[in-house]
Design a protein around this ligand. Structure first.
Ligand code: P5A
Length: 433
């Protein structure tokens, strides 16, 4: 992409309404614009990150054996009346009437809809287990939408739903999702800690929230300090094996949300107990037959009819974009980890119009394909450097007339600030598609 033609409305001034770094930087870097409180448009640069985050989530869901579907955003009220949640959900649910005066709603979550899908399609125990997921926009009329995409009213969630024949099998599905989450966050460069959590309006009694520790996090969490230093990014997960030991190892360490504190146990931890702020980037639930019983999701089996055991598993996809920036930024701007960067490399021409410089840049630009953003604008070098630092691409390749004459370009690593010189030939290969 050529920056001269790219829709990238960056801001020089800090927007007054933004209280935390990620919100400020997403506005300043031209990633999002607010359309109403807690409701945002995603601009090209922001959408590229959102898509990369969603792709990692998708790959890890598929790897764990879940199957992607796409349910609608608008749901009929009837199914929520069947489960009994229509009245419970209160003001957080956006209720709509269609032209026939039928009650509809903008889905805040999909337990009901997916239970209907399953109930109408599956009659035999032989079809189990199943895990279905989708990545779809949700709406919750939050009392206090704030911090940009972190607590939005409209937000993108990955939600998965498992169906099993008995509690032991349901536990296996829960463990699969648990481990898929560990991998998902690690691949993005995030350390997310699984915490024992409350179930709230979703229900059930086994539940974990996944938290990225950050000063700006909205939740207070309590963790054994060993957990903070643990590195999961290199661990392989064999989904054909029994995952229980791995899960036990992880849940064996003390890590809880505010509602789940065990003060007696905390006394025994001494200096090992850390209290911190966390950003909740995922939440998983095992709720057994809460929905299947109310909505009659039953399969036949050799032992007669069985009400299926269910769980649900959420990841805040749009919130993750904010969480990533909270974890990776400095005073100059964002520092994207490579796995989620909107482009891998920013190509900076120091002298637009200089024939040799233009020619070198064009060659590099063509070689790099989809993963390069080429700053071909007729702007001062200082402006270009500042914008590149702001939008935070992992690599900056700087091409100037002097370097071109000597057959070299400069490469800067945005994360570490390290600079090095490459020959033009090395440079061509460095980011070739
Ligand atoms: C699990 C999947 C559920 O809704 N039903 C389907 C269950 N869980 S949850 O905890 O309520 O939400 C899952 C994740 O979605 C993100 N999230 C939000 N992101 C941005 N703005 C919001 N207002 C918001 N609310 C929830 C969180 O990451 C949460 O863990």
């Amino acid at each position: 992409m050529r920056l001269s033609a790219y829709f990238l409305p960056t801001l020089k001034e800090t927007p007054a309404e933004a209280q935390i770094a990620s919100h400020r930087l997403m506005l300043r870097a031209g990633m999002i614009r607010q359309s109403a409180a807690g409701i945002y448009s995603w601009l090209p640069l922001g959408l590229r990150v959102l898509d990369k985050v969603a792709d990692i989530v998708r790959e890890e869901q598929d790897r764990a054996g879940a199957q992607e579907i796409l349910m609608p955003t608008i749901q009929p009220a009837e199914v929520w009346k069947e489960s009994g949640r229509y009245d419970d959900y209160g003001k957080e649910m956006l209720r709509i009437k269609d032209r026939h005066d039928r009650e509809m709603l903008y889905g805040p979550t999909n337990e009901e809809l997916v239970t209907v899908l399953f109930r109408d399609a599956v009659k035999s125990y032989k079809a189990l287990p199943q895990i279905l997921y989708h990545i779809q926009w949700k709406f919750r009329d939050e009392v206090r939408p704030r911090f940009g995409v972190m607590r939005g009213r409209e937000f993108l969630m990955k939600d998965a739903y498992s169906f099993d024949l008995d509690p032991a099998a349901a536990r296996r599905s829960y463990n699969r999702m648990f481990m898929a989450y560990m991998r998902t966050y690690a691949r993005m460069g995030l350390k997310a800690i699984p915490m024992k959590a409350d179930t709230g309006p979703i229900g059930g009694d086994l539940s974990h929230e996944f938290h990225v520790l950050a000063e700006t996090g909205e939740s207070e969490v309590f963790v054994h300090k060993d957990f903070i230093n643990m590195d999961w990014s290199q661990r392989d997960i064999d989904y054909s094996s029994d995952l229980q030991p791995m899960v036990d190892e992880l849940t064996g360490k003390y890590a809880v949300t505010d509602e789940k504190r065990d003060l007696e146990h905390e006394k025994t931890l001494g200096d090992n107990l850390v209290s911190a702020r966390g950003i909740e980037v995922g939440h998983i639930f095992y709720f057994g037959t809460k929905y299947s019983k109310a909505m009659n999701a039953v399969v036949n089996s050799p032992n007669g009819d069985v009400t299926v055991e269910m769980g649900s598993y959420g990841i805040g996809v749009s919130r993750l974009v904010g969480a990533l920036i909270e974890a990776y930024h400095d005073d100059a701007g964002i520092k994207w980890p490579e796995a989620v960067a909107p482009f891998r490399v920013g190509l900076i021409s120091l002298k637009k119009g200089d024939a040799a410089c233009d020619e070198a840049c064009e060659k590099l630009y063509k070689a790099f394909g989809r993963e390069v953003l080429y700053d071909d604008r007729d702007e001062r070098a200082g402006v270009k450097f500042a914008d590149m630092d702001l939008i935070g691409l992992p690599w900056q390749m700087v091409v100037g007339p002097k370097g071109v004459a000597a057959g070299v370009v400069e490469l800067k690593n945005r994360m570490t600030g390290e600079k090095s010189e490459l020959s033009f030939e090395e440079a061509l290969k460095r980011f070739a598609e």
